[in-house]
Write a new protein. Structure first.
Length: 282
């Protein structure tokens, strides 16, 4: 295959590819125009976005139709952004209509002064724009009759700021109350701790009293033992007088000593008062 034939073949294939691409673009343009004409605005948005994203068709006409589709589909934020992107369009007609359409949205948002400026700039770009002139004159007369509406957006912003401040203040007050409540709980715990410490001191005081009682009881036992020794000494003397052998006397004394000790200890363990019927006998 000669070089000339190859060049011709490549050129022909390129033309086919271009024709195919152009055909797809034209089909997309027709679909976008058709959906907008039928007031199928959601479909119109999708078709116009396809022109912008896939075919990189970002002309003023395409973007203006996209903005109108957003507008009539109630996607006002997207509509405004698209209108405002066309403010500096070299096409003065598109720029004028973008200002006018954005002005109608601003008026619906009660931003009357901003809307009036948009209508004015629409007339600056295209003085013969009768729709913008009508909107400008109508809104201007209405604001003259209702001067209090000029500052309405500012008043609304002030009210909104005041409401936000009030909400913040309420939140701060609530947080402060919660903190005070926590602090109060801490104080109650401190009082409980003090009461607990006081109870512990009382318990310790009670323990000391018990020790003192035991000490007193020990003193009583020692006193009883001293008396018992005296009596045992007297008994020894009597046993000697009775001529009883020392071994027998020792056995008698030991037996009496053990019995008497048991008697003393048992008497010391018995309560001086009768226990209550409701308490166990320990």
């Amino acid at each position: 295959m000669s070089l000339t034939i190859r060049i011709i073949l490549v050129s022909f294939l390129t033309m086919l590819s271009d024709w195919s691409s152009v055909g797809k673009k034209n089909a997309a343009i027709r679909s976008a125009s058709r959906s907008y004409a039928k007031a199928e605005y959601k479909a119109s948005i999708e078709n116009h976005l396809k022109l912008v994203n896939e075919f990189e068709l970002t002309t003023s006409d395409v973007n203006f139709n996209l903005a109108l589709s957003y507008h009539y589909a109630d996607s006002l934020d997207l509509a405004q952004r698209t209108y405002q992107s066309l403010y500096s369009s070299p096409d003065k007609t598109i720029a004028s209509f973008s200002f006018n359409q954005d002005g109608t949205i601003l008026a619906g948002q009660k931003k009357y002064e901003e809307a009036l400026d948009a209508f004015k700039w629409s007339l600056i770009h295209m003085p013969e724009n009768e729709s913008a002139r009508y909107n400008y004159e109508l809104l201007s007369r209405w604001l003259q009759q209702n001067p209090e509406q000029k500052d309405q957006p500012k008043e609304q912003e002030q009210e909104q700021n005041e409401e936000e401040k009030n909400e913040e203040q309420q939140q701060q007050d609530q947080q402060q109350q919660n903190q005070e409540k926590k602090d109060g709980e801490g104080e109650e715990e401190t009082e409980e701790d003090e009461a607990s410490e006081s109870q512990k001191k009382e318990d310790k005081s009670g323990e000391k009293t018990q020790e003192e009682k035991e000490s007193e009881e020990a003193s009583d036992i020692e006193s009883d033992l001293s008396d018992r020794e005296k009596r045992m000494e007297q008994l020894r003397e009597k046993l000697k007088e009775m001529n009883i052998s020392p071994e027998q006397a020792s056995q008698i004394l030991d037996a009496m000593n053990a019995a008497e000790l048991r008697f003393i200890q048992q008497n010391k363990k018995k309560p001086t008062k009768r226990p209550s019927k409701n308490l166990p006998e320990w």
